[in-house]
Design a protein around this ligand. Structure first.
Ligand SMILES: Cc1cc2nc3c(=O)[nH]c(=O)nc-3n(C[C@H](O)[C@H](O)[C@H](O)COP(=O)(O)OP(=O)(O)OC[C@H]3O[C@@H](n4cnc5c(N)ncnc54)[C@H](O)[C@@H]3O)c2cc1C
Length: 396
């Protein structure tokens, strides 16, 4: 009997599941369905090389790979309905696809400030088309306010400033990257941006966006300041794209854990034969516990391998995700994080040289993570140490 696999969402997670299935020798039909019009591409460059104009698009696979590997790629094809009992998904065109195994890799939708989605000059950054639209609007003589100093807001600010745009970041928290890395690293990131000419306004929120003739003219802050601007980039986070999961009646993770599709340790959802992975999914840890949903590239790559192995039946060992890792590039500084550093951990800066640094995060006397700026070698060689979670006293 065949095992036709339909994968909904052809971003990193979907494309990697297809690739890993073929690498595992899986020979049944695979259909990869995307609501976007571009063949699968990589998202991290969107806020970096693509926004700066250094690259046009970074495709995940060479053209021809899908046909060569007998993977049916359906572009511009949104899944609008799904039936777990019948084993079908329905596309916006009305076409129905049958599946034996379904994989949901539907990612996230960027959040807008309420009521601003149709305003000219207001942008978000999640897709290739978003990046090109923003790049075309930016440049010398153009001003931009970036709302939110999380990873995407900070990267966008750096790239827009590099294009000659005059950028101001507005962030209600005390520092950039505060929620992810806390005030010590956040202050260093603020300093990085101000030293390159970005205006950094922290501890202040947005009162309203002023619009004239359908286009943004200013951002009014809740301390009364008005920032006249040509562009607004909204970087206030994203929501998991769970519409298909909801049609299927799948269990979702609690909102306090940032929601997403609840999965076991191998990506299996609350329904047999339906898996989920990547930004949209919240996998249980090996001990069965559930923590906050993760939105990082490496995590998706690891999960795609586990899901493909589970579907192909090639690896019956229990899944073990590696030490969590992510990076962000801002100006010429690459910041990397290993482990589970948290905003309220204690932080020891063990090495500092201009913008560059190496920091150990710890909680209750135990190492939780290592974060470095411009210290790639030093961070990466700590992988085994971070996994072992030693007493911080042993390292200082
Ligand atoms: C601008 C940007 C910069 C980033 N930079 C970094 C970084 O520096 N470091 C890092 O670690 N991570 C970074 N990330 C995060 C990383 O790119 C994501 O973790 C990763 O792309 C998630 O992959 P995914 O397959 O889960 O989802 P996605 O890549 O979002 O793919 C989901 C796809 O599913 C499609 N889809 C949704 N619903 C349907 C439907 N009903 N029918 C058909 N298709 C559907 C979507 O349109 C989308 O194409 C960045 C992300 C962005 C947006």
């Amino acid at each position: 009997m065949g095992n036709a696999v339909v994968i909904v969402g052809a971003g990193l997670g979907g494309a990697r599941v297809a690739e890993n299935l073929r690498l595992a020798g899986f020979s049944d039909p695979i259909t990869l369905v995307s609501r976007e019009r571009h063949a699968p591409y990589d998202r991290p460059p969107l806020s970096k090389a693509v926004l700066r104009g250094d690259r046009d698009i970074v495709e995940l696979k060479p053209q021809g790979w899908y046909a060569d590997n007998d993977v049916t790629l359906l572009l511009d094809a949104e899944v609008v309905d799904a039936d777990a009992d019948a084993g079908t998904v329905t596309l916006a065109s009305g076409t129905t696809l049958d599946f034996d195994t379904l994989v949901l890799a539907t990612g996230l939708d960027a959040r807008y400030l309420p009521g601003t989605q149709q305003v000219r000059g207001v942008h978000v950054l999640r897709t290739q088309d978003d990046a090109v639209a923003l790049r075309e609007a930016a440049g010398p003589g153009v001003s931009a306010v970036v709302v939110g100093a999380g990873f995407i807001g900070c990267e966008v600010a750096a790239s827009l400033q590099s294009l000659g745009t005059q950028v101001t970041i507005v962030e209600p928290a005390p520092t950039p990257l505060y929620a992810a890395l806390g005030p010590v690293i956040g202050s260093r990131v603020a300093q990085l941006h101000t030293s390159r000419g970005v205006g950094v306004r922290t501890g202040v929120g947005i009162e309203r966006i002023d619009v004239s003739d359908g286009a943004v003219t200013a951002v009014v802050l809740d301390n009364g300041t008005t920032l006249a601007t040509d562009l607004v980039v909204v970087g206030i986070g994203s929501t998991p794209t769970t519409a298909v999961a909801e049609k299927l009646g799948l269990e979702l993770a609690d909102a306090s854990l940032a929601g997403g599709i609840a999965c076991d340790t191998q990506g299996l959802t609350s329904r047999k034969h339906i898996y989920a992975l990547g930004d949209v999914a919240n996998w249980a840890r090996a001990d069965g516990s559930r923590v906050r949903r993760v939105e990082h590239w490496n995590h998706v790559v690891e999960e795609a391998k586990v899901v493909a192995d589970a579907i192909a039946g090639t690896d019956l060992a229990p899944s073990v995700l590696g030490v969590p890792y992510f990076w962000t590039d801002q100006f010429d500084l690459k910041i990397q994080s290993l482990g589970d550093p948290s905003a309220d951990d204690e932080v020891h800066i063990v090495d500092s040289d201009g913008d560059k640094f190496l920091a150990y995060f710890h909680r209750d006397g135990v190492l939780t993570g290592v974060v470095g700026g411009g210290r790639a070698g030093a961070v990466m060689k700590m992988r085994a140490t971070v996994a072992a979670r030693p007493p911080i006293a042993d390292l200082l």
